[in-house]
Design a protein around this ligand. Structure first.
Ligand SMILES: *Cc1c(COP(=O)(O)O)cnc(C)c1O
Length: 468
C-alpha cells in the first residue's frame, strides 16, 4: 500500500510547467480564433452530457483537464474574441489584460478595505484618475476633489449603486420616488429600480426623437406632472450610446430640465464611453459636467478583459453614506482615521478583486496613442460599412451611426431581414444580433472586437452582398 500523501497541492514546479502550457494554449487560441465558426452550435444539455456525473475521488493529471478543455468545453464556446464577432457589444480583451488578471489571481488579495492591501485601493484610485485624463472626463469625477472613481463588475452594478445613493439622498418614502430613463435605455435601469425596492409604476420611460435619443421636452413634461402629483423626481439615467442603436441622449438639455429638482443624474456610457479617448468623439460627453455619476465599461471596448466597469461619482460622500455599514470585525485604525478610501463602501458586495491591475497593464501597454489608434480604426470601418449599406437599394440604414454600431434592415421587411440575419449567422463566418427600432426588425453590426480589421469587415460586406 502506498504511504498516505502529505500534500495534494500543485507544486511550484508543476505550476510553472502547466502555467506555461496554459499561456501557450491561450496564445494559440487567440491566433486561430478567427478561423473558428463564431457561434457555438451545441444543443442544450450537450456539454453536461459529456461530463462525468460525479466529481472524481482521486485527483487527475493536469493534461486530462487540458484535453477536456479542447474536447468538451470548446465546442460549447461562442468566440467573443473572434474578429468576426459583431453581436451585442464587444467584450474584448488583450494580452496585457489577461496577464494583469493572472497576476491578480496569483496575488489572491481581497481589496475590501484599504488596510487589507493598500496597493489594491491606491492603484485603483490612481488608474481611475488617469482615465479622467484619458477620456477628458469632468474634473468633478477626480478623486482629488469631492468625487472619485471605483471599478465595479458591470454597468448594471454602477447603475444600481448610483440609484441607491440617489434614493438615500432623496430621504423620502420609497413610494413617492420617481425615476426617468428613455424607452431605449438598457434593461439594467429597470432591474436596478426593482432591486432598490422602488415602485415599478414610478419609473418613467421618456419618449425618444427620430434618432432614438431622449426627448428633453418630454422629460420636462413628465417631471412637471409628477411634481404636480406629489411625487419626487429622484433618479434620471441618460444613455451615451444606447444598446439598440448607439443613440446619444442630449445631456445639456436633460441637465437643464432637472434644474430645480433634487434628481440624481446618472450617465450610462457602458459601450461608447471609450470613444472619448479620441478628442474628435468627446462631443458624446458634452454636458457630463452636470451629472452626479457616470459609468463606462473598459471591458467592452477598451481591451480590458471582463469584468471592469469604471464608475465615477461627483460626491463620493453621497455614495458611501448610502452603502457604508461598519461591523466591529472590519474596524481598523486606517479607516477610523478617515485618511483612506475603503472601496467596500462604494459597491454592493464586501469583497473585491484586484481588477485595477488589468486596466493599469492595458493603459501602460497601449498608451493613449494605441487606444486611440484602435478605436479610430473600428469607427472608420463601421462608417465605411454604413456608407456601403446606405448606397445599396436592397438595404436600409436605420440611423446614421454615431460611432461603431451599424444598424440596418432589408428593404422588403421583417421576414426578409430575419432571413438575411439567419443566413449571415449560418455561414459561421460572422456573428450578428438583432434589435427592434421603431416597428422594424433591425440587424446590428457592432464593430469593436480586439482583432477586427479591415479584411474582416470587408468579408462581412461580401457576405451581406451575397445574401441580401
Ligand atoms: C452593455 C450595456 C449595459 C450592461 O452592461 P453590464 O456591464 O453587462 O451590466 C448597460 N448599459 C449600456 C448602455 C450597455 O451598453
Amino acid at each position: 500500500m502506498a504511504a498516505p500523501r502529505e500534500s495534494f497541492h500543485m507544486t511550484s514546479d508543476e505550476f510553472r510547467a502547466h502555467g506555461r502550457a496554459v499561456v501557450d494554449w491561450v496564445a494559440d487560441y487567440l491566433d486561430r480564433v478567427g478561423d473558428l465558426p463564431v457561434a457555438s452550435a451545441v444543443e442544450p444539455g450537450a456539454v453536461r452530457a459529456a461530463l462525468p456525473p460525479a466529481p472524481p475521488e482521486r485527483g487527475e493529471p493536469f493534461a486530462a483537464m487540458l484535453r477536456d478543455l479542447d474536447e468538451v468545453v470548446m465546442p460549447g464556446i461562442t468566440h467573443w474574441q473572434s474578429p468576426n464577432f459583431y453581436g451585442f457589444f464587444p467584450c474584448n480583451g488583450s494580452g496585457p489584460a489577461i496577464l494583469g488578471d493572472l497576476v491578480s489571481t496569483g496575488l489572491g488579495v481581497q481589496g475590501m478595505l484599504w488596510a487589507t492591501s493598500p496597493a489594491v485601493t491606491e492603484l485603483e484610485t490612481h488608474v481611475l484618475d488617469w482615465v479622467v485624463d484619458l477620456l477628458a472626463l469632468p474634473e468633478r469625477f477626480r478623486s482629488t476633489g469631492a468625487g472619485g472613481g471605483v471599478i465595479q463588475d458591470s454597468a448594471s452594478s454602477a447603475t444600481l449603486c448610483a440609484l441607491i445613493a440617489a434614493r438615500e439622498r432623496a430621504g423620502a418614502p420609497y413610494g413617492t420616488l420617481a425615476g426617468y430613463t428613455s424607452t431605449q435605455a438598457h434593461s439594467s435601469v429597470e432591474k436596478a429600480w426593482r432591486v432598490a425596492g422602488l415602485d415599478p409604476a414610478n419609473l418613467r420611460q421618456v419618449p425618444v426623437d427620430a434618432a432614438f435619443a431622449m426627448r428633453p421636452d418630454a422629460l420636462a413634461t413628465l417631471l412637471a406632472a409628477d411634481v404636480e402629483a406629489g411625487l419626487r423626481p429622484t433618479y434620471v439615467v441618460a444613455t451615451v450610446g444606447t444598446t439598440s442603436s448607439n443613440a446619444v441622449d442630449p445631456l445639456p438639455a436633460i441637465a437643464a430640465a432637472l434644474v430645480g429638482t433634487n434628481a440624481w443624474l446618472h450617465v450610462d456610457a457602458a459601450m461608447s464611453g471609450t470613444a472619448a479617448v479620441c478628442p474628435e468623439y468627446r462631443w458624446i460627453h458634452d454636458g457630463l459636467d452636470r451629472a452626479d455619476s457616470y459609468c463606462f465599461n473598459p471591458h467592452k471596448w477598451m481591451f480590458t478583459s471582463f469584468d471592469c466597469d469604471a464608475f465615477y461619482v461627483a460626491d463620493r460622500a453621497a455614495l458611501t453614506r448610502a452603502l457604508s455599514i461598519v461591523p466591529e470585525y472590519l474596524r481598523n485604525a486606517a479607516s477610523d482615521s478617515g485618511a483612506v478610501v475603503d472601496y467596500r463602501d462604494w459597491q454592493i458586495p464586501l469583497g473585491r478583486r484586484f481588477r485595477a491591475l488589468k486596466l493599469w497593464f492595458v493603459i501602460r501597454h497601449y498608451g493613449a496613442e494605441g487606444l486611440r489608434h484602435h478605436v479610430r480604426e473600428h469607427v472608420a470601418l463601421a462608417q465605411e460599412l454604413a456608407a456601403w449599406i446606405d448606397a445599396d437599394p436592397r438595404l436600409v440604414l436605420s440611423v446614421p451611426p454615431p460611432l461603431n454600431l451599424v444598424c440596418f434592415r432589408h428593404v422588403e421587411g421583417d421576414a426578409r431581414t430575419q432571413a438575411l440575419l439567419d443566413a449571415l449567422n449560418g455561414t459561421g463566418e460572422a456573428y450578428l444580433t438583432h434589435t427592434r427600432l421603431g416597428d422594424n426588425l433591425t440587424i446590428r453590426v457592432s464593430v469593436g472586437a480586439t482583432q477586427t480589421r479591415r479584411e474582416h469587415v470587408e468579408r462581412l460586406r461580401a457576405l451581406v452582398d451575397f445574401h441580401a
